[in-house]
Design a protein around this ligand. Structure first.
Ligand SMILES: Cc1cc2nc3c(=O)[nH]c(=O)nc-3n(C[C@H](O)[C@H](O)[C@H](O)COP(=O)(O)OP(=O)(O)OC[C@H]3O[C@@H](n4cnc5c(N)ncnc54)[C@H](O)[C@@H]3O)c2cc1C
Length: 255
């Protein structure tokens, strides 16, 4: 089957785009490499999503993915590996096979920046986590280390201090203490745009170049949410992109 639209990423931007496109009568499938919901699911509380102060990120995104599925949108748990142009559309290769569509919405967000080569070697076989609230409980009464110097690192340290016997705090490229049993990494996020790097223009940091219309340099490929160039990366702007990108996609499909 050839879909009208393949949406890559089931975070706020991708799910909102899929809801708008499905309601406009288009055939749409969402591809997700991890769990539906995106990066916000690790947030214990979200206080700035209008109408739901204090909701957890996981609960908020569960409501939205349920809404999508109730509309008949399929979320396929497959990692997108490659996109190629084919006739008047695209072929998307995933770790499960191939799908085709006329248009693509890239809503892949951002992913945690990885440790430097030196620190990764230092960590060896020790577990590496990017989320203290997700994994901290696994290291109750054990020594752990947090790598990073920003606000996220401070937040992770505070959280882990309530659980672990010792929390080391080191910076990018410092040696990893030998007795730390797990490494928590909090050194920022980078755009998850490698799959389209050969197809669309990226800025110097790797974000997809696009304005508020979510149009990219490649006709038929659109970008929504945190993966594109923008001033504010938040849930409401990701949801706003979901609406904006659907307008651009509908205009493209009508041509
Ligand atoms: C800890 C934390 C707390 C935050 N708190 C707030 C807050 O309180 N309020 C607020 O407004 N914002 C907050 N944010 C920011 C907010 O989460 C993001 O702006 C928003 O989630 C971006 O949504 P998105 O859909 O663009 O991307 P994401 O949420 O990153 O979703 C992208 C999805 O694409 C998937 N994906 C990536 N690559 C592929 C691939 N190759 N194949 C298939 N799927 C793929 C990912 O697995 C992911 O599910 C927070 C972020 C973090 C990390």
């Amino acid at each position: 089957m050839k879909y009208d639209v393949i949406v890559i990423g089931a975070g706020m931007a991708g799910l909102t785009a899929a809801i708008y496109l499905k309601r406009a009568g288009k055939t749409v499938v969402v591809l997700e490499s991890d769990v539906a919901g995106g990066q916000i699911i690790s947030a214990l509380t979200v206080d700035n999503w209008p109408g739901e102060p204090g909701i957890s990120g996981a609960d908020l995104m569960k409501k939205i993915s349920n809404q999508a599925e109730e509309l008949g949108i399929t979320i396929r748990y497959e990692e997108t590996l490659d996109i190629t142009k084919s006739g008047n559309g695209f072929i998307v290769t995933t770790d499960e096979g191939e799908l085709s569509s006329r248009a693509i919405v890239v809503a892949t967000g951002t992913e945690p920046r990885k440790l430097s080569k030196k620190q990764a070697e230092d960590a060896g076989e020790r577990p590496i986590s990017y989320c203290a609230t997700c994994d901290g409980a696994l290291y109750k009464d054990k020594a752990v280390v947090v790598v990073g110097s920003g606000n996220t690192a401070k937040h992770e340290i505070k959280y882990l201090e309530g659980i672990c016997s010792k929390v080391y705090h080191i910076h990018h490229d410092d040696p990893i203490p030998e007795d730390a049993e797990a490494v928590f990494v909090a050194i920022g996020r980078v755009p998850a745009t490698e799959i389209v790097a050969d197809l669309v223009k990226l800025d110097s940091e790797g974000y997809i170049e696009s304005g508020e219309d979510c149009v990219t340099s490649c006709p038929g490929i659109f970008a929504a949410g945190d993966c594109r160039t923008k001033a504010v990366r938040q849930l409401v702007t990701a949801a706003g992109d979901g609406a904006a990108v659907s307008k651009a996609v509908l205009e493209y499909l009508d041509k």
